[in-house]
Design a protein around this ligand. Structure first.
Ligand code: MN
Length: 288
């Protein structure tokens, strides 16, 4: 099953070339506590799946997928967990001496999450901002101190995710937390339709340039280990997002760029880039 949200926060099942609006049938709200997060919070991923499967989609309001703007499938996650240096080729390109095994995980502001309808907004005109194409994980059921062998039971689904990053000296949480710095979409594909999350091809273009191409088999901490590890640091809750890390090929984004991230079985996330609000780094408000 594929689940998308329109920018107004309404939840839709992607059914062939239609978007079927399940918001009313499931009694979901559309604010920060609503949408897919609310559905997952009611009873976890399995209950959500059952509630969706019980709907008669043919009887619900639908519109054409083509031409409909989509927002983030989970627009207001409780948290976004990130995985630093989780592909060895990215370790090499960054000149890193360490991997996730030494760094652990980091957090991005939930307000950084956006969908295909919103351009990535560059904060600075004189500091590079890079695309990082990543497999995103949507948590379905609370995971606290789970072993790797049970970790995938807590995953509701997967989504293409960009971990947009300023290349400056600040802490990761600062460099990665600007609004629109976590584009996700176009939809969440439920785990049952994805199969092994460690066997997905990932490709990321900026304009016509194919910058990143890998398989999730190359992850240092694969999805199960990453969920298990993170769950021993903090409880993972329904609707939380996990950015699993980026392979080599990160590079600068510029005003007017179009970024495309395609992951096998999950679809194609496309976003544009805007520098219209960029300021000089030295002029960043509050820095002095
Ligand atoms: Mn990243």
């Amino acid at each position: 099953m594929r689940l998308a949200s329109t920018p107004d926060g309404r939840v839709h099942v992607v059914h062939d070339d239609l978007l079927v609006d399940v918001t009313g049938a499931l009694g979901l709200g559309v604010g920060p506590q609503g949408g897919l997060r609310e559905l997952l919070s009611r009873g976890g991923g399995h209950a959500a799946h059952e509630a969706l499967a019980a709907l008669d989609l043919d009887s619900l309001p639908a519109r054409s997928l083509a031409g409909t703007a989509l927002g983030a499938p989970v627009p207001h996650p409780g948290k976004v967990v990130g995985a630093p240096v989780n592909y060895l080729d990215h370790k090499v390109e960054m000149g890193e001496q360490r991997t996730i095994a030494e760094y652990g995980v980091f957090l991005k502001a939930p307000s950084s999450v956006s969908g295909p309808d919103r351009p990535v907004r560059l904060p600075y005109r004189d500091v590079p901002v890079h695309q990082e194409g990543e497999l995103g994980v949507v948590v379905g059921t609370t995971a606290w101190q789970v072993p790797a062998e049970r970790a995938l039971e807590h995953v509701f689904g997967y989504v293409p995710l960009l971990d947009v990053t300023v290349r400056s000296t600040e802490d990761r949480s600062t460099r990665k937390s600007f609004p629109t710095f976590t584009p996700t979409g176009p939809w969440v594909t439920t785990a049952d339709e994805v199969g092994d999350p460690g066997a997905l091809g990932l490709r990321c273009w900026v304009g016509d340039e194919l910058r990143q191409e890998t398989s999730t088999s190359e992850l240092v901490y694969g999805v199960a280990q990453l969920v298990a590890y993170a769950s021993h640091v903090m409880p993972l809750e329904p609707g939380d997002l996990i950015a699993t890390g980026t392979p080599a090929g990160v590079g600068p984004l510029h005003d007017g760029d179009r970024v495309v991230l395609e992951i096998d079985r999950l679809g194609r996330l496309e976003v544009t880039v805007s520098g219209a609000e960029a300021v000089a780094y030295a002029d960043r408000p509050g820095s002095r």
